[in-house]
Design a protein around this ligand. Structure first.
Ligand code: AKG
Ligand code: FE2
Length: 184
């Protein structure tokens, strides 16, 4: 597991470098990427068979708080992602394939250019399922701000990751709109 985490960290660092370069974030602002201070976690999810799958949910719809999440799923369907205009779409497992979810932190940093992925997990009556999620993001005291992109129209106010986690713990799916600068 330790080695798995190490390999996932290397992959997450590479992906983050590519994404932040694409967003024209300066080298100075990318300093945290390989630091030992960053926020990372491995989570093991297990979904046993369920005799009445239509009356239960493996994991309720949510977005990940991370900058990105790298997910390994066993060879059982269940993961679905919400796609604007299409509704819930299955993300079926393929051998030797990882799924990358964009999280809230990337949504804020990129000023909504990389939108966080709303996803959920359905259960199965015949087969159990497991997944291994690796969550990756900047350190807790990192100040998140779309202003880093020098955009004239930041859609979110600046705040530390720690503060954002606190807001999300109390408000779940409403957290992004609570820090939005755009009035509805
Ligand atoms: O089990 C899955 O495929 C998804 C797990 C997940 O969304 C999570 O751990 O946040
Ligand atoms: Fe998730």
């Amino acid at each position: 597991m330790e080695n798995y985490q190490k390999q996932m960290k290397l992959l997450a660092e590479k992906l983050t470098q590519m994404i932040l370069t694409l967003l024209k974030i300066s080298e100075d602002e990318k300093g945290w990427i390989s630091s030992s201070e960053l926020c990372e976690a491995v989570q093991l999810n297990f979904y046993p068979c369920c005799p009445e799958p239509n009356r239960a949910m493996g994991l309720a719809p949510h977005t990940d708080t991370s900058l990105l999440t790298i997910l390994h799923q066993s060879q059982t369907n269940g993961l679905q992602i919400f796609k604007e205009g299409a509704g819930w779409v299955s993300v079926d497992p393929h051998p030797n394939t990882l799924v990358v979810h964009t999280g809230d932190i990337l949504h804020i940093l990129s000023n909504s250019r990389f939108r966080c992925a709303l996803h959920r997990v359905m259960v199965n009556s015949a087969r159990q399922r497991y997944s291994v999620a690796y969550f990756y993001g900047p350190p807790l005291d990192y100040v998140l701000s779309p202003l880093l992109l020098l955009t004239p129209f930041p859609r979110f106010r600046s705040l530390s990751i720690k503060e954002y986690i606190g807001i999300k713990a109390k408000n779940l799916g409403e957290a992004l709109s609570l820090i939005s600068t755009i009035q509805n």
